[in-house]
Design a protein around this ligand. Structure first.
Ligand SMILES: NC(=O)c1ccc[n+]([C@@H]2O[C@H](COP(=O)([O-])OP(=O)(O)OC[C@H]3O[C@@H](n4cnc5c(N)ncnc54)[C@H](OP(=O)(O)O)[C@@H]3O)[C@@H](O)[C@H]2O)c1
Length: 357
């Protein structure tokens, strides 16, 4: 018997969770695959959209080629019609899954929660964005909707849930330190000065470890958003400008187009080679760390760490989160593992959706 439960079969079985999916890219595509597994049998997809088109017809939503077909077929994008599909469904739980990086959509999360939908998101723009937006989210959550945000940091590694649980038990964060970016983890786990940093970066890009424009990773901004999310979970309502961010992108390469940037990657080499040589001469290594202390001081940037530092024991694109708290105060509580990738990120979304039932 096939493990795949068709949309029709789910309708007969009376799925208890109706879902609209925003974003059918790398993560959204992996989420669609998970919806076709027995673990997701309680979830019924009632709408799906990319940036230009959407689909609300059950037969089309059940098509395994939905993601590809949305590129050329479907209705024009219209949030009202998508939410109408959720409203028309009789499921007791209605959830909007945001698998985009779209700031405009994120700015609507609070409104959706206030209207009685739950929101599950990989999109960091609201929880890791400006403080007024985050406060609006907190106010909307007080009205009863739930916000599944496990996928926003560490691709579902249990860091947000752990921070919340510790805080709930009255434990306070003393320091948080770690490697929050899969691409920067890979780059500095590999970089030993034997080849130019630009060569390593090109390789990482070819392997799909960086964004198409690697400046999104190298700027540190994505790490800063994750640090903001975690700091806020730990009780520090920081503004983005309170996170000090060291960008690895030289000034002269910040405003140029992607093609020019990629053709001038060698400009990154000399400054990084000098820093690597200095660190190596002292027996240390370079790691791109995010740090938060108990006074709420937050920094993201390249740090020379000693050879026995936990961040030197990372592999591939691993993330690492080391939490020292009033009760974990002799050794930090360390959470480590793959912190990027479509399958684990989509699984984090699925886990948050299932937790709503
Ligand atoms: N990739 C990972 O490993 C990973 C890990 C953790 C978190 N995340 C986060 O997950 C999110 C998605 O990442 P991704 O790698 O899947 O990105 P992606 O491949 O670029 O996909 C983004 C998707 O969002 C769609 N989209 C953009 N604006 C939209 C709108 N207004 N309405 C509906 N759909 C819209 C895009 O539509 P088009 O196809 O029409 O462009 C595309 O389908 C991001 O916030 C990212 O930071 C990713």
């Amino acid at each position: 018997m096939s493990a795949v439960l068709s949309v029709e079969a789910r309708t007969r079985a009376g799925s208890s969770i109706a879902t609209v999916l925003l974003g059918t890219g790398v993560v959204g595509g992996a989420f669609l695959k998970l919806l076709n597994t027995p673990a997701a049998s309680s979830i019924r997809l009632v709408g799906a959209a990319n940036s230009r088109r959407q689909q609300t017809q059950s037969a089309q939503l059940a098509d395994p080629a939905l993601r590809d077909k949305l590129r050329s077929h479907g209705d024009p994008r219209n949030d009202t019609a998508l939410l109408g599909a959720l409203d028309a469904d009789e499921a007791s739980v209605k959830v909007i899954v945001d698998a985009t990086a779209c700031g405009v959509l994120a700015s609507r999360h609070a409104e959706w929660l206030a209207r009685g939908y739950h929101v599950v998101t990989a999109n960091k723009s609201l929880a890791g964005g400006d403080l007024p937006g985050w406060r609006t989210l907190q106010a909307a959550l007080a009205t009863g909707g739930r916000y599944g945000d496990s996928a926003t940091v560490g691709a579902g590694l249990p860091v947000i849930s752990t921070l919340r649980r510790l805080r709930h038990c009255g434990d306070s964060l003393l320091t948080l330190e770690g490697v929050f970016s899969g691409s920067l983890s890979y780059l500095f786990n590999q970089y030993d000065g034997s080849q130019p940093f630009s060569a390593l970066l090109r390789r990482a890009r070819e392997l799909g470890y960086t964004e198409p424009d690697p400046r999104s990773d190298l700027s540190g901004e994505d790490v800063a958003r994750k640090l903001l999310i975690l700091a806020r979970c730990a009780g520090f309502a920081l503004r983005p400008d309170e996170v000090e961010v060291e960008s690895l992108v030289p000034e002269g390469l910040r405003g140029v187009d992607v093609e020019s940037f990629l053709s001038r990657l060698e400009e990154l080499d000399e400054p990084l080679a000098a820093r690597h040589a200095e660190a190596a001469a002292r027996g240390g290594a370079l790691r791109f760390l995010a740090r938060l202390n108990q006074r709420g001081r937050a920094r993201v940037g390249l740090v020379e760490v000693p050879a026995n530092h936990p961040a030197t024991r990372l592999y591939g694109t691993d993330n690492q989160f080391a939490l020292s708290t009033t009760r974990y105060n002799t050794q930090p509580l360390v959470i480590q593992g793959p912190g990027a990738g479509p399958e684990v990120t989509a699984q984090a979304l699925l886990g948050d959706v299932l937790a709503l039932a």
